[in-house]
Each structure stands twice: as structure tokens, then as C-alpha cells.
Design a protein around this ligand. Structure first.
Ligand code: NAD
Length: 530
């Protein structure tokens, strides 16, 4: 008897990847299958054995292949990034390409030293022993990437993870997967096979990849998804690092170079259409310079070119503000501006989406209050709010009055004051008389506090974040017994107790007294046998 089977209908919803400037459908993707994910982990775990066996110098040589390839093909790579994100070419050149090239250059000079075994001090009471720290690889690790910097926020953590000796699985955002680009770079550059793999798909693929039990997860994305990732990872006790959203404040004091501060606010708020986790969102200005600041920012911001006209079509690096990437994010920005207006805010400039495009006008909003979403929630669009403060304390209080704590900036001619205020701001980084500047230096660790997440990458932290930090204590093989080992006796107890009193009680000759007691303990140890 023949068995009649129903035709198999693929119900998996395709993910449509579109050009945000034109709406053109670029391609579609499906969620990865469980077979794809299993295969990826099997390959990654096999590749891990090869990567861990390499010296750091050999791994650096691999990353330098990427550097040469990216440099030689940067215009084509930028075109791919622009097609999927809608950002301006200059934003892509500086914030995507430059940061990756600079990270490779930095680690090429420093990774060996940062991953070398470290000798650390051993206390006198542990005389004769040596203490070391080994930085060892962890395994096949997972890097989950958002859509706002699909190249930079993918490769920067991946470079640290690979140099520390891990194989890496990348899960790009479904909005900007850059399908095939990483494969082209890896193959074209002659990078070692299988050490870095990429799995395309959306949230479901991300969840399945977590179920594959990577050795570590570095997640960059929204607070909402960060909660979910941590919850799922906790089932398997997978260590996670969460790089989440921000609501950065820019504090402008009365003695700041106002022209510079206005230009900084505009770039910090509008570059990448404000879709930067460390974008300036809240500008706090001393009351004495507030009016000048607001009128100057209005005048200057209106000179920026945006992606609504020919400037976008002919962008050869001269378009200022690109368009926004995701439709849902444009809707969030519209909603926040409408909410602010309904509650009495003033739109100094901008405030509108151009038609149904992804272009949102560079916008400045004043007369805002804490009841408005635009003040409390991450905006992630080309919008700045400006508020006044009277005193340093008030400025710090306003800056810290946010669930987020990613970054911020302080603007003052008095560097001592700027540093003092920078210390009081509850964030993972602060730029002084600059914006988003800490991100440009690959030697500086990056990460946030509060709802902005935890953990650090870049710099030495970017390597150690992906290392099993192993402590080693080396003792001589000769002596048959140790003083703190058995047998325990009353006499030994007394001598240990006396030695602690001497060592930590302070006073004259404390160290000498402790050492003398130590010698008595040594003699006792030689007599007492188990
Ligand atoms: P998102 O959280 O929606 O998605 C980020 C990535 O996580 C995507 O690849 C997505 O497919 C995946 N994902 C979503 N849910 C998941 C789940 N439950 N399990 C596994 N994977 C899941 O974020 P987004 O909209 O792509 O990015 C914008 C957000 O990212 C903003 O809040 C922004 O501030 C933040 N961000 C933070 C940093 C930082 O370093 N702190 C940098 C850039 C962006």
C-alpha cells in the first residue's frame, strides 16, 4: 500500500531586508534551522581547538589579514552598510570602518602583552611561593549584534574574543544582516577557516543559539531583549555581558567654549541619525548661557543636509545626516515627539518625519518635563532635548536621574571641575569637552552601569572578558608538609594567632614580630609529623 504524504509547506516567515532609504527589498532570510545551529556549534567547537593552540602572535596575524582586506575594499563595504542602514557614507567610514581598523592596529601592538601570564605579589605569610595569572580561552562564544552599527558592533567584540583564543559565532540583526559580507571578508582575506562563523536570523535564531550553550555571550541591543537573553542564559549558567541602551546627558557649564559645545551637541545627537547607544539625548545647559546655546544650535542644525533630497542620492561622503534604519524606531521617535508636544514642549527646530520615509528631521525640543517620554526613555533618533540648570549639584542630579548609565559628557573650561563632575556621573564612560569620544579609543574599556548593562569590552578588558582568568600558585616540590596542613595542635593555633596579631595589629616592628613568629612556626612544623 502506498502512503500518501501531505506536501510539506514551509511556514517559516521570511525576514525581509530592505534599503531604508528607498524601501527596496534587498533579500529575504529565514530563521536558522536547528540543524544549521547544531552544525555551526560542531564546527565552532572543532575550530576552537585550532584557535586555542595558536599563539597570540599567530592570531594577530590572522586579524591583520582582515585589516588589509577591509582597507582595500572599504568603499564596497561602506556601500553595503549604507544600503542596509541608510546612514551617511561619512558615518559609515568613521564609525564602522575606522573603529574596526583601529581596534586591529591596537591589538596588534598590545594583545600579546595583555594576554601574557602575569606574576603578582605573594604575601610574606606565603613565603617561598609564586603567584601567577593565566588568561585562557573559553570555547565557542556567541556575539549578538544590533542594527545600528552592524559592522563595528559585530567585529569589535569578535576581534577581542578571537584574539583571546576563542572561536566565535555571530548573530547579526535581522534588520541589517549584511548577508555574505563577513563571509566575503573572511574568504577574501584568507582568514583561517571556521574560527568565525555567522548565523542569520531573528530573535528565534538568537534564542536557539543560546540553547546551543556557548561558552560566553556578548549581547548588544535593547534592555528588553537583554533581560530575555540573561534569563535564558541563566538556565545554563552561561556568563553574559550586556551592552544595552542609553540616555546620555551632556552637561554644559557657563565657562565652556560654547561654539564647540553647540557643534559637539549637534554631532553627538545627529550623527548616525542619533541611533548610537552613546548619542547625546539630553543637553543640560547652565542657565546663564542657555538662550545663546539654544539660538545657536537652531541656526547651525538647520544647515545640515539630510537624506530626504538629492544629497542622499549623490552622497560621496558629503551627506550630513542619513536616514533612520528601522521603521519601528522612526515610529518610536514620532511618538515621543508627539507626546512631548501634547504635554507642552517647544519644538525649536525639526520635529517631523518626511512623508513616510525613514528621514526624521534633526530636532531640538525645549520646555520638557519629567512626565515626558522624550526625557525618560531612550529616543534613539536625531532628537535633542535641552534643559537648564543652576548649580553643579543640580546638573549632576539631573544627569543621574535616569534608569540608564551608559555614557555622558562634561563641558567646561575648568578641567578640574570637569573631572570632578565626570566622577559624579553614574555611567560607564564620560568624555570631557567632547562627545562619544571614549568610543574612538580602542584602549578604553566600553560598557555601562544601571539599565545600560554590565561588563566591559575593548582594551585589555575586551580580551579578558573572553578569557578564563586562571589563578596559579606555584610551590616548591621539596617540603613534605605545610604549616597550615594537619596535624592541628594547640601550640600551632597559638603561634598562628600571635602571628596574625603581629602582622595586622600594626605598631612598631610588626613585620619583624610576624616573621619571628613565622620562624617559630617553621621549627614547629619540622617537629610535628602527621
Ligand atoms: P534588539 O535588542 O532588538 O536586538 C539586538 C539583537 O538581539 C538582534 O540581533 C536580535 O535579533 C537579537 N535578539 C532579540 N531578542 C533576542 C532574544 N530573546 N534572544 C536572543 N537574541 C535576541 O536591539 P536593536 O533594536 O537591534 O538595537 C538597538 C538597541 O541596542 C538600542 O537600545 C541601543 O541603545 C542598544 N545598543 C547598545 C549598545 C551598547 O554598546 N551599549 C550599542 C549599540 C546599540
Amino acid at each position: 500500500m502506498s502512503v500518501v504524504t501531505e506536501p510539506v509547506i514551509d511556514l517559516s516567515p521570511a525576514i525581509a531586508v530592505r534599503n531604508p532609504r528607498t524601501g527596496e527589498l534587498l533579500y529575504t532570510l529565514d530563521e536558522a534551522s536547528s540543524a544549521d545551529i547544531e552544525r555551526t556549534y560542531a564546527t565552532a567547537r572543532a575550530a576552537f581547538r585550532a584557535v586555542r593552540a595558536m599563539s597570540v602572535r599567530e592570531r594577530i596575524a590572522e586579524t591583520q589579514k582582515l585589516q588589509r582586506y577591509i582597507l582595500a575594499n572599504k568603499e564596497a563595504i561602506i556601500s553595503r552598510i549604507v544600503a542596509e542602514t541608510g546612514k551617511s557614507r561619512m558615518d559609515a567610514l568613521l564609525s564602522e570602518i575606522f573603529t574596526v581598523l583601529e581596534t586591529i592596529a591596537f591589538y596588534s601592538k598590545n594583545a600579546e602583552k595583555m594576554l601574557a601570564d602575569e606574576s603578582v605579589k605573594t604575601p610574606v605569610l606565603l613565603m617561598g611561593k609564586q603567584s601567577r595569572i593565566f588568561y585562557e580561552p573559553m570555547g565557542a562564544v556567541l556575539v549578538i549584534v544590533p542594527w545600528n552599527y552592524p559592522f563595528n558592533l559585530m567585529l569589535n567584540p569578535v576581534l577581542g574574543a578571537f584574539l583571546a583564543g576563542n572561536s566565535v559565532i555571530i548573530k547579526p540583526s535581522e534588520y541589517t544582516p549584511l548577508r555574505g559580507l563577513v563571509e566575503d571578508i573572511l574568504d577574501g582575506s584568507g582568514f583561517m577557516k571556521d574560527a568565525i562563523q555567522i548565523v542569520y536570523g531573528g530573535k528565534t535564531t538568537g534564542q536557539q543559539l543560546i540553547d546551543g550553550r556557548p561558552a560566553k555571550i556578548l549581547f548588544t541591543g535593547s534592555v528588553r531583549a537583554g533581560h530575555k537573553v540573561m534569563e535564558q542564559a541563566s538556565k545554563y549558567l552561561i556568563p553574559v555581558e550586556l551592552e544595552l541602551g542609553g540616555k546620555d546627558a551632556m552637561l554644559v557649564f557657563e565657562d565652556a567654549n560654547l561654539d564647540r559645545a553647540v557643534n559637539g551637541a549637534i554631532w553627538g545627537g545627529m550623527s548616525n541619525s542619533g541611533q548610537t547607544c552613546t548619542a547625546v539625548e539630553r543637553v543640560l545647559v547652565h542657565e546663564s548661557v542657555y538662550d545663546t546655546f539654544v539660538s545657536s544650535i537652531k541656526e547651525k542644525i538647520e544647515k545640515l543636509s539630510n537624506a530626504s533630497g538629492d544629497a542622499a542620492k549623490n552622497d560621496c561622503g558629503n551627506l550630513d545626516v542619513g536616514c533612520m534604519t528601522a521603521d519601528f524606531q522612526v515610529a518610536i521617535v514620532q511618538d515621543q515627539v508627539a507626546d512631548a508636544m501634547a504635554k507642552g514642549a517647544t519644538i525649536v527646530t525639526g520635529g517631523k518625519r518626511i512623508g513616510d520615509s525613514h528621514v526624521f528631521q534633526p530636532t531640538v525640543v525645549t520646555n520638557v518635563s519629567d512626565s515626558m517620554k522624550i526625557v525618560r526613555e531612550e529616543t534613539f533618533g536625531p532628537v535633542l532635548t535641552i534643559q537648564k540648570f543652576k548649580t553643579e549639584d543640580e546638573a549632576v542630579r539631573m544627569a543621574n536621574d535616569s534608569p540608564y548609565g551608559l555614557s555622558g559628557s562634561v563641558w567646561s573650561g575648568d578641567l578640574a571641575r570637569a573631572e570632578r563632575v565626570a566622577r559624579r556621573i553614574e555611567t560607564g564612560s564620560v568624555s570631557i569637552n567632547n562627545v562619544i569620544a571614549t568610543l574612538a579609543n580602542p584602549a578604553l574599556p566600553f560598557g555601562g552601569v544601571k539599565d545600560s548593562g554590565f561588563g566591559r569590552y575593548k582594551g585589555a578588558h575586551g580580551l579578558h572578558a573572553f578569557s578564563n582568568i586562571k589563578s596559579i600558585m606555584i610551590d616548591k616540590p621539596g617540603a613534605p608538609n605545610e604549616l597550615n596542613w594537619y596535624p592541628y595542635t594547640k601550640e600551632k593555633y597559638g603561634l598562628f594567632s600571635k602571628m596574625m596579631d603581629a602582622a595586622y595589629g600594626g605598631g612598631f616592628f610588626a613585620t619583624l614580630k610576624a616573621m619571628l613568629t613565622g620562624i617559630k612556626l617553621q621549627r614547629l612544623g619540622k617537629k610535628q609529623k602527621l
